[in-house]
Design a protein around this ligand. Structure first.
Ligand SMILES: [Zn+2]
Ligand SMILES: [Zn+2]
Length: 206
């Protein structure tokens, strides 16, 4: 039986490097060889046991870039060798009430990658196909990974804002999310104000 290495966490910050058995993906799932996994502040939910079953080990990490290694039974639209990303929302069911209204984010049968289901601090990860995005070939894994949570969050906020190009957009907090928001806002043609405490982040924001 082939195994892969993974970092599990149990309780509050009890990390363990373990060997897990490689298994076949379930229906609606793919198996990924993880190329890169970003670190997000939300990983604190797993790392510090702020989740429902903290006594059970979980593999954190929800900014996963990987190459499909195997597809589950019945899957025809994803293939071995394709590079994909997985974020915090682990894939919607498509059949619950909220999904049927097109509100996939609020799906009642959706796991949270790296918190309620295993994530990407591992050599192998498993993911529901409805949660996958394709990663273009020219994009480096490390650059793509951060877009899957911090990037998605800030991009969506700007995308949904009723602001036309040329409008003044303020980004409060120039950290893991804010530094991406500044770049998105600039590229979307806004005038951008970066707001932080003190002058420490000024050069970075510019
Ligand atoms: Zn995140
Ligand atoms: Zn659903």
């Amino acid at each position: 039986m082939t195994t892969y290495r993974a970092w599990e966490v149990t309780g509050n910050r009890t990390f363990r490097l373990v060997d897990r058995e490689v298994r076949d993906p379930e229906p609606h799932q793919v198996r990924l060889r993880v190329q890169y996994c970003g670190i997000c502040h939300t990983d604190v939910l797993a790392a510090e046991g702020l989740r429902a079953r903290a006594d059970q080990p979980v593999i954190p990490g929800h900014e996963i870039v990987g190459v499909i290694d195997a597809v589950g039974p019945g899957i025809t639209d994803w293939h071995r060798g394709e590079r994909v990303g997985v974020g915090f929302l682990a894939g919607h069911c498509g059949t619950c009430g909220t999904c049927r209204r097109g509100d996939f984010v609020s799906c009642r049968n959706q796991d949270q990658t790296g918190t309620t289901t295993d994530g990407g601090y591992a050599e192998i990860a498993y993911a529901r196909t409805s949660g996958l995005v394709r990663i273009p070939p020219g994009l480096q894994p490390a650059d793509a990974a951060v877009l899957l949570c911090a990037g998605l969050t800030t991009f969506t906020a700007l995308h949904r804002a009723a602001a036309r190009p040329g409008a003044l957009v303020a980004v409060q907090g120039i950290g893991g999310l804010g530094h991406l928001a500044v770049q998105y806002a600039r590229r979307r043609g806004y005038r951008v104000a970066a707001i932080a405490r003190g002058r420490e982040k000024e050069a970075f924001a510019r």
